[in-house]
Structures are given as C-alpha cells and as structure tokens.
Design a protein around this ligand. Structure first.
Ligand code: PMP
Length: 355
C-alpha cells in the first residue's frame, strides 16, 4: 500500500534509496557484513565518505576554497558552532528573524558576540520574509534561514550585501541551484532533502576560519573536522551513506536544475489549488511562499474532521501543521512526486464537493 508522506522531517526519501540502504544493512558492498557493524576506517566506508563529499561539491558546483563536512549534533549545533568559530566577543553579527529556527540561532549566538536582529516577521506569525532592512557593513556576518520549515516561507532573493552570509539551508538544500560563492557557511540537517536524521552537512569558505581568539574544543572547531575529512571521531556512518545514495539519486535525476523544475511544478499545482478552492487559504505571503513546505488552513474550521477522514482514506500522511501555525503543512521535498501532489489536490477537491 502506497503512503503519501508529506512529513516535515525526517521526511520522504526516494524508494530506490531506501531499497539500497536496506541492502547495505544486510550486506554492505559485498563484504557480507552490515553497514551497521563495519569500521568507519575500512576502505568501503572511507570511499563512500569521499563519494558523499564529492557529490556535494559536484551538485552545488562548489568554487575553490570551500570545505565540506559531515558532522553530528543536528543543525541546532550549528546555531552555536558557527558564531563560536567566527565571532570574537567584541564583534557584531546580524540575524534575520524569520521563524522558530532563526530565533533559536539568535539565542545561541548571543553567548559569543554582539547579536543584532536586523528585522523580524514575528509579529505576523512569521508569514513573510522581511525586506528592505539595513545591513551595517561592519557586521562579521549576516545569518539567514533560507527556508522556514514551520511557517512555509522561503527566501527567493538573497539580500544585496558585501557582508559574509551564513545560511541555515536545512529544509531547502539541494532543492534548487544556488551560487555558493555568495555564502561563507551553509549548513543543513540531513533529514529533509539529503537523507535520514543523524548527520549535518556544513560547507565552509576556508578563508573565514582561524580569526577567533577563543579556545575552541577540538570537536567544535571546524578546522578539526576539515583536517580529518569528517573522521576526527566516529562519523554517523549510516546517515552519511544514505545521504550519499540520495545525492546520487539527485544527480541521476537531473541534478539541482532537475530538482528545481520538479519542485516548481509541484508547488505551483498545490498553491493553485489552495488559491482556487474556497475552503482553503495559504498562510505565507504569496511572494515568499516556500516550494518545500506548503502551509494552509481551512476557511471553515468545522470541516477539519471531514478533511482528516478524506485524506486518511487516501493514505496521505504527515500533513498536520506545526502547533505554532495550526492548519496543514504539506512538505513536498525532492522525493515527493507529482502523483502525491495530485492525490492531495484530489482530497481538497473531494472536501469541496462534499461541502
Ligand atoms: N533549521 C531548520 C530550518 C529546521 O527545519 C530544523 C529542523 N526541522 C532545524 C534547523 C533543526 O535541525 P536539527 O533538528 O537537525 O537540529
């Protein structure tokens, strides 16, 4: 029975990736051993880690001077690790507050320097991306969250600035081509477009490291992980392996241009139905709508039980909205296909017909 998985994360992965991951659990690369029981220093996994790093370089077309790491501790650990590695106590960094995850990043960064919140959309339940705010040129960096998983907003145009940009891309990495040269750090938890939970991708422009005065614990120093090719300690072997398989799937399916085309088609179809169907309305401002997390509510709350009955009967899973927004959130990451979108649209139309 096919389930249409709209979960926000951990989230849908390509079926072919899940199959290959399952094979590796019983017999990894023909070793007769499970990937769950082999050494990370064995030639098989060392080669898969190298493959994962090269796929990141290839898919994102990484310029010279950038390093790739697979770390642990989730994207949440990058909320403190990035400022710890970049910001001296007397220096300032700017943050754009576009949701729960940005505000968590702001809270953690405050321990390491002078943190300025340049703009916030908190007062309107984070339903848009602030624009036109001032970016002081003396900032050490500007921190952005490219896609706000909970609220369904996405930055479609980077602000124009010469200040180095750090970006949390947890929920839209690999969904569209990006110009990496515009960023100094990109980080992303794996568990949306990249793989299962358990590893965090970090891409760093090498020239920004080595300028902080504080003593960094080895595990929290980016340089440690760069010097040891993400093998300073035992890496999350299985999540890195499945991330490698997922990136290979992205490559085989048209790369980031191919993903962007599919994602545009899916998001357009779903937003068109939200705007057409009088029973639904979108949460996010139209120009800031996310192509990954589509948030919407019922115009008449009394229909919610009926809608739940309909979508459950169609095997639609994981569309309940985050508790801070309510309503519904359809997460339509790379691995969600048009068939799933059409099933969700048919559920919305069925509710309309029965109303
Ligand atoms: N940033 C964003 C945009 C997220 O969506 C999430 C988690 N959903 C996080 C950060 C936190 O990630 P983690 O749970 O890997 O720490």
């Amino acid at each position: 029975m096919k389930i249409y998985n709209f979960s926000a994360g951990p989230a849908i992965l390509p079926q072919s990736v899940i199959q290959k991951a399952a094979e590796a659990v019983t017999n990894y690369q023909g070793t007769g051993l499970s990937i769950l029981e082999v050494s990370h220093r064995g030639s098989e996994f060392v080669s898969d880690m190298d493959k994962a790093i090269s796929l990141v370089r290839e898919l994102l077309n990484l310029p010279e001077g950038y390093e790739v790491m697979f770390l642990t501790g989730g994207a949440s650990s990058q909320f403190f690790m990035a400022p710890m590695n970049l910001l001296n106590d007397n220096e300032s960094a700017g943050y754009l507050d576009t949701g729960t995850w940005s505000s968590k990043a702001i809270k953690e960064a405050k321990a390491y320097g002078n943190i300025k919140v340049l703009a916030s959309s908190k007062d309107s339940t984070y339903n848009h991306i602030p624009k036109g705010y001032d970016i002081p040129s003396d900032l050490k960096y500007l921190h952005l969250t490219s896609n706000n998983t909970i609220y369904g907003t996405q930055i479609h145009n980077l602000p124009n600035t010469s200040v180095p940009v750090i970006c949390d891309m947890s929920s839209d990495i690999f969904s569209r081509p990006i110009d990496v040269s515009k960023y100094d750090i990109i980080y992303a938890g794996a568990q949306k477009n990249m793989g299962p939970a358990g590893t965090t991708l970090v891409i760093v422009k090498k020239s920004i490291l080595g300028h902080v005065k504080r003593q960094l614990p080895s595990m929290l120093d980016y340089q440690t992980h760069i010097d040891n090719v993400s093998m300073f300690n035992t890496p999350p072997v299985f999540p890195v392996y499945v991330s490698m398989l997922t990136m290979q799937w992205i490559k085989d399916n048209g790369g980031l241009k191919g993903m962007a085309k599919r994602n545009d088609e899916k998001a357009n179809a779903l937003y068109t139905e939200i705007d057409r169907n009088p029973l639904f309305k979108g949460h996010a401002a139209v120009e800031d709508r996310s192509k990954m997390n589509v948030t919407f509510t019922l115009t008449d709350e009394s229909k919610s039980d009926e809608f739940t009955k309909i979508y459950n009967s169609l095997n639609i899973s994981g569309i309940e909205g985050h508790r801070s927004v309510g309503g519904y959130r359809a997460s339509i990451y790379n691995a969600m296909d048009m068939e799933g979108i059409n099933v969700l649209i048919s559920a919305m139309q069925k509710l309309e017909k029965e109303a």
